[in-house]
Design a binder for this molecule. Sequence first.
Ligand code: CUA
Length: 395
Amino acid sequence: MGRSKESDCPAGEYSMADRLEMMLSMLSHIKREQNDLNPAVNPRRTQALPERLRWRALLGFAASLVVIAGQVHTAFGNPAQVTNLLQPLSQPAQEIKDLSLLVLAICAAIFLIVVGLLVYAIVRFRHRPGDEASEPPQIYGSNQIETAWTVLPILIVFVLILVTSRTIADIQNRKAAPGAVHATVVGHQWWWEIRYPELGIVTANELHVPASDNSRGQPTFLKLQSADVAHSFWIPQLAGKTDVIPGRENSMWFEPTQPGTYLGNCAEYCGMQHARMLIRVIVHPPGEFERWVAEQKGAAAEEPSAQDGRRVFFANSCVNCHTIRGTSAQGAFGPDLTHLMSRETLASGTTPNTLETLRAWVRDPQKLKVGCLMPNMQMTDTEVDQIVSYLQTLK
Ligand code: CUA
């Protein structure tokens, strides 16, 4: 609170608005005097340096704009692949967006008031010729103004705390009702393992869930674990980010109502291929999720035409890292391949799952995804073809 020296300053003469204006005037006056009177500053440098720095800053700013524009273009070049944070299609993403807009509106109002007063003070009390002789009116604070700018922010912060805690509690206290889908997502460098313990299904990178409709709520509850380093699971249109931490199990849920494919990405830097650790959530219309589950529960295909490839696959070290259910391949380091061809993409969304990309992947995974943990197995062209023709039968 400011000191109110009523003897020096006849309080009755000024209204509250006058006082606010005078305080702003004094502030700009003080700043100007500090600059004018600072003896430590070399007058020649103060003229030369800011000019040079100003140009450098301008150039730097322009360069960063160009770089950012390039990134934005890359990111938004394919609109179908970009997920819109501001178009949530599920709880809790909707609730989070509503809260963010409220917080943004309050902060924007504060910003506009502060910047408005600042601009007003800069323009109204700018330096004019002949100002040196005159002193601005001397005032010593105002209890009303100071009370207002202390109490108002406290009230605003209090409102923000209340609405934020209500939203957090809403999201965290949601309990899984019967009928909810449960899955465990394990973050690996650099792919997602997805297990449905109750359904006996294991897949990778593509999380299949049912859509909820008015008659039937079918939320999905996830347990999040990490096999190595910290990752973060984020599907912007479905729910907020949740970190995936080694040695700890986090949880989250979402309840999409619109069928479709939702994209997400690992949201915590986790090493070289962090950017290629995409997540797809495929939301099935009511009834279709059950069909997908039935297909995934089926045993791995054993087509006689792919016997050669099968033999090469099992003779190589593929089996040490990959599982094909019902066979001796029981490795757990890499993705489960039992129904590999039911997946849309390879290498965690790096590339579409086609014959050509699958062959390129088996030939040398390091070309598609540098640093990934699957090495180049140095196989001959024939072996690659045979393995790929076997993998292609794993529908
Ligand atoms: Cu996983 Cu970033």
